[in-house]
Every structure is written in C-alpha cells, then in structure tokens.
Design a protein around this ligand. Structure first.
Ligand code: UDP
Ligand code: MG
Length: 313
C-alpha cells in the first residue's frame, strides 16, 4: 500500500484564492505516487470559503473539511488538523499557496532518508511588507536568545512531520500552542529544505499586528522563563545605589531626613523587585507544571521484550 500523506491547511476568509489552492493541490497530488488527503480546517471564516471547499469535497474524496464554530486562531487550526490527519506523514501549509507544493517531494525525500521532521526554511519572502519581514526577523532572533529550545531561524509552519512526531505533538495540550516551538521541543531527527516563499495568490494576510503580537508572546511565554527573571536582575540597580548612597552619606556626614528617606526608599524598591523576581521563579515552576509537557520522549528502545517507545510522564 502506498504511503498516505495528509496536507493540513488552516483557512480563514480565503474565498479569493481557495479555489486556486484546491485546483493546484488536486493537480499536484494526481502526479504523485503517494496517496494524499487534503484536510482543510476552517477557522470560522465569514466569507464563502466553506461553500467553495464543500463543492470541491463533493467531487473529490481526498478532500476533508473540519469546521470550527468560530475563529480560534491559526495555531489551533493547525493543531486540530493534525488531530484529524491519518497520514503516515503530515504536511502543514498555508491555504494561500505561499508555501509551494513542489517543495513537498523534497520533504518526502528527506523523510525517507529517516528524518522525522522536515521544515521549510524561507530563503526569500515575496510580496510581504518590509515591516512584516523586519518584525519576523527580529522575533526569531530575540526568541533564540530568550528561549530554552533551539528553534531554527526563519521557519514558519510549513513542514512535514512523521506520524511518530505528530502522535507526540498531540500529547501536548497547551491552550495557546506555539506549534513551531512545540515541534522543536519534541525533538526527533529534524532537518530543513530551503524554499522560496511566494506571494499570496489572492486576498490579504490574515495576520494583523494584533495576531502577530499574540503569536510572538505565546512563543516567548511558553518557551522562555527569562522575562520572569528580568526584574530580579534589575533589582540590583536600586539595591546597589542605596548602598552606595548610604556609604556616601556616612562618609560625608551630611545626612538629613530627606537623604535618609531616599536611601530607605531605594533599598525598599530593590527588595520589592527582588521579591517579585523570586515570585517569578516560583511562577516559572508552576508554569512548567501547568504546561504539563512530558518530561522526556523516547524515540526508540532496544533489548526490551515488549516494544516500549510510548510516552512516560
Ligand atoms: N489563518 C487561520 N486563522 C487565523 C488567521 C489565519 O486559519 O486566525 C490561516 C490563513 O487562512 C492562512 C494561514 O492561516 O491559510 C496563514 O495565515 P496568513 O497567510 O494570513 O499569514 P501570513 O502568511 O501572512 O503570515
Ligand atoms: Mg500566508
């Protein structure tokens, strides 16, 4: 039996281009050896996206549709699509053809070489504003400095994942998932294929600044504790100044009620910041516990009587 590849496509108000996407993908899968299923996840579109997908679905049984009751967001739509996908491997891509299907065979090739995750690395981005490119670039670089995971630069959600990786991903139940971080976090053998990110075929980006900020904050708060520790570091400023100032006052014997007041104030501010920082450290532990990711993921075991490569908490 041929391998089954699922393609997951989150859709939010894509009526302008979704038909072209469907036609292009159907045309693509016809020429492939593998079997394909196309899983469209409608993230509460208010336009004609759903009727267009339904019309195509009636004529082609490789098309599937998951309809959300409202807009839950791109990352959650991807997660839902992964949940419904049955493939031996799953590819996630934009519904606007910014991620070209011609790259999928290259991903499959790497997958056959034994990589469980093959991500698309954007070498060039067409048709996106300078602002978007700049903020994205800044975000990935800041993220790498802050985060505990080694997320590759300039990758979005266009990637192929082996069934094994998808199964593990499905065991992460974060409420505000940052999928590309989760994928890095689960590990496995990962590699990339380079591609040229195209211009949207139609319509406008569904990522306004507010959604971009939410995505960035979700990414940082779920994979970095550093912001929680910042106040800790900065508490040194008022604490040290209060000590120096006190030293100066004593040496100069020139103190009065006001200068003593300033010293006490600086010192208390430092203590306050320090306590917030300590609170942050505990909160970080609580956050880790609440995220409830498994402590480790086993990719293979050898020498055991029974196969034992599942998840352990
Ligand atoms: N999308 C979604 N829900 C949203 C926003 C976007 O499902 O709330 C979909 C959108 O239809 C597209 C993909 O997610 O298929 C990526 O969004 P978009 O192409 O607008 O982002 P960009 O490529 O501009 O970063
Ligand atoms: Mg797009």
């Amino acid at each position: 039996m041929n391998q089954l590849i699922s393609i997951v496509l989150p859709v939010f108000n894509e009526e302008a281009g979704i038909q072209v996407t469907i036609d292009t993908l159907l045309n693509y899968i016809e020429q492939q050896e593998e079997r394909y299923e196309l899983i469209f996840v409608d993230d509460g579109s208010k336009d004609k996206s759903v009727p267009i997908i339904k019309r195509a679905l009636a004529q082609n049984n490789s098309i599937k549709l998951v309809e959300f009751s409202r807009n839950f967001g791109h990352q959650i739509a991807i997660t839902a699509g992964l949940n419904y996908a049955k493939g031996d491997a799953v590819v996630v891509m934009d519904a606007d053809l910014q991620d070209p299907p011609e790259v999928i065979p290259q991903m499959i090739e790497k997958w056959h070489e034994g990589y469980e995750i093959v991500y698309g690395k954007r070498m060039q981005r067409d048709g996106e504003t300078i602002f978007k490119k700049f903020t994205a670039k800044m975000f990935y670089r800041t993220f790498r400095k802050l985060a505990t995971i080694d997320m590759p630069l300039d990758t979005g959600d266009f990637r192929l994942m082996d069934r094994k990786a998808v199964n593990q991903l499905m065991k992460l139940h974060e409420k505000d998932p940052f999928v590309r971080g989760q994928v890095t976090w689960i590990g496995f053998k990962q590699t990339s294929v380079k591609y040229h990110r195209q211009e949207r075929i139609a319509g406008e980006t569904k990522y306004p600044l507010s959604k971009m900020i939410k995505l960035a904050l979700d990414g940082i708060t779920s994979f970095s504790m550093k912001p929680l520790q910042f106040v800790n570091i900065f508490s040194v400023v008022p604490l040290a100044s209060s000590v120096f100032y006190l030293g100066y006052l004593i040496a100069s014997r020139n103190y009065n009620a006001a200068s003593v007041g300033v010293t006490i104030l600086l010192f208390s501010l430092g203590l306050l910041m320090l306590s917030i920082g300590i609170l942050g450290s505990y909160l970080g532990r609580v956050l880790d516990q609440v995220n409830d990711r498994p402590r480790y993921i086993v990719s293979k075991t050898e020498g055991f009587e029974e196969r034992n490569n599942g998840i352990h908490k």
